[in-house]
Design a protein around this ligand. Sequence first.
Ligand SMILES: NC(=O)c1ccc[n+]([C@@H]2O[C@H](COP(=O)([O-])OP(=O)(O)OC[C@H]3O[C@@H](n4cnc5c(N)ncnc54)[C@H](OP(=O)(O)O)[C@@H]3O)[C@@H](O)[C@H]2O)c1
Length: 312
Amino acid sequence: MRTFTLPGTDLVVSDVILGLMRIWDKTDDEIRALVRAGWEAGVNFVDHADIYGGGVEHRCEERFAQALKLTPAERSQLIIQTKCGINLAENYFDFSAQRILTQVEGSLKALQTDHIDILLLHRPDALVEPEEVAQALDQLHQQGKVRYFGVSNHTPNQIELLKTAVTQPLIVNQLQFSIPHASLVTAPLTANMAVLDQSIDRDNGLLDYCRLHQITPQAWSPFQHGFFKGSFIGDRENFAALNDVLDRLAERYQASPIAIATAWILRHPAHWQVVLGTTRPERVQAACQGSEIRLTRPEWYELLKAAGHRVP
Ligand SMILES: NC(=O)c1ccc[n+]([C@@H]2O[C@H](COP(=O)([O-])OP(=O)(O)OC[C@H]3O[C@@H](n4cnc5c(N)ncnc54)[C@H](OP(=O)(O)O)[C@@H]3O)[C@@H](O)[C@H]2O)c1
């Protein structure tokens, strides 16, 4: 597993992150086996959110802490990231200071820890007041409850707006990105073209913005297509050409297709981290092998085209 120092921090992080959104109904043994598989493959980073829990707030955070019972030494070696800003019960977004502070208290309690390494603002709140966000983040940082901050699903201007008041560095932007769901790279490939749907810029130059501002992008749903429509890996009905290439490259690199799909994201020079969502230890191990594979430029483009994207 390759590691790197997350720009703007003193955190040395793994290329691959274990996303724990789907562990809410797993047993202690299953959660331990999942985290151990990641740990043995070199993953030192887990991703949570206050809303992960099958409809119950903080449930995944709680199940993780209950199952792992981390010693202080283990806790110090693990980077714990969580998120807030979504009101799940009433289906709206909320970046008010009160909501941020309350949810972080809930996460600290559920995670059985005295600090969160990275806190992300989950989805942009249309009613955001940057001054209020700044006040909450400063308070959390001064109290030692959160070390670093970032965002998720934010456009460049939404980040710039936050930065009019927020002085805590925003070091991460977690975004949906996979070979089929790749508008972050495919729209710029067809910039300024009139006839292609692909050329519609849905992300406002977001990936270049992240690179320009040393914001690390993290890819959520790296193996899904659409919005949680299922994994494209092995789905020959919808992604036959892509799976042909994945299988061929897997053979070439003596790895599995999931490792190739991971390597495709990591090959991009924005220095992505890949947030795995699988609950199966063997898939974690297989995906982590992708960190050691550096696809060639022709291979990277071949996968892009096999998913149906245009290189005009
Ligand atoms: N910031 C955000 O807005 C946001 C949104 C969504 C998720 N996230 C984060 O991103 C993480 C990953 O998201 P995700 O769970 O949607 O990602 P994913 O890794 O693309 O999808 C995992 C799901 O696909 C299934 N799957 C089926 N066949 C598979 C195959 N061949 N290979 C791999 N997986 C297969 C897995 O089942 P098995 O468990 O049986 O393997 C699991 O249900 C989450 O845990 C969460 O931490 C963030």
